[in-house]
Design a protein. Structure first.
Length: 210
């Protein structure tokens, strides 16, 4: 067992000595919708940094630290029969996001490259606004639909509601010092900030290597 641990540590040390790293700035837009009935796509944005740790010519580790703004909205109007008070459930959030991606270089040619990025992400919401149902009615034994929506105000939830994690998958096109990314992320945790559903987010970004 000790020999195995020593061999693993030695291999990691060799990889670290031979590896190169890049630091980049990135930003872009996102499009989000919760995985609930009546969900509507909403536009937000993100900005942050990328650390590209080159393990080999074909593989990199790419953690990103991002400050993002995201909105989720659910419209109950198609499920209502007598509601006349408005029907949109809305949550926004400013959040810190940490994707840790395995980056596979599927093409390297002169000043251009193409990658496939995949891995987990972790996100913690810092603050935002809400407009939520404050009452429900039902014509069956199942949970009903809202008959009144609150005014828009700042939300305040427990740490369980603020934290989420999930998987992220995307492609990256490199051109000299610039790169362009298209990513999709889906959370593994239901959250009130996602209208009691899971997160679905598309991200389109541009970055510059320092």
């Amino acid at each position: 067992m000790k020999k195995v641990i020593v061999m693993i540590c030695a291999m990691m040390s060799i990889m670290t000595m031979n590896a190169q790293s890049d630091l980049s700035l990135t930003g872009g837009v996102n499009l989000s919708a919760p995985s609930t009935e009546g969900a509507q796509w909403r536009v937000g944005g993100f900005i942050g940094g990328v650390y590209d740790f080159h393990v080999s010519d074909c593989f990199s580790l790419q953690p990103r630290l991002l400050l993002s703004y995201q909105e989720n909205q659910r419209d109950w109007k198609d499920m209502l029969t007598t509601n006349v008070n408005g029907s949109k459930e809305f949550y926004s959030q400013w959040a810190l996001s940490l994707p840790v991606l395995a980056s596979f270089h599927v093409m390297n040619k002169d000043d251009m490259g193409l990658r496939l990025n995949v891995g987990p992400y972790f996100q913690y919401a810092l603050g935002g606004k809400e407009m939520k149902p404050i009452g429900v009615y039902s014509t069956t034994e199942e949970a009903g639909v809202p008959y009144e929506i609150s005014a828009k105000r700042s939300w305040d939830y427990s740490s369980d509601d603020k934290f989420t994690m999930g998987a992220q998958l995307g492609v990256q096109f490199d051109y000299r010092k610039l790169f362009f990314t298209l990513d999709y992320r889906h959370s593994f945790i239901r959250s009130q900030l996602n209208c009691n559903g899971f997160e679905n987010t598309l991200q389109l970004g541009i970055g510059y290597r320092l």
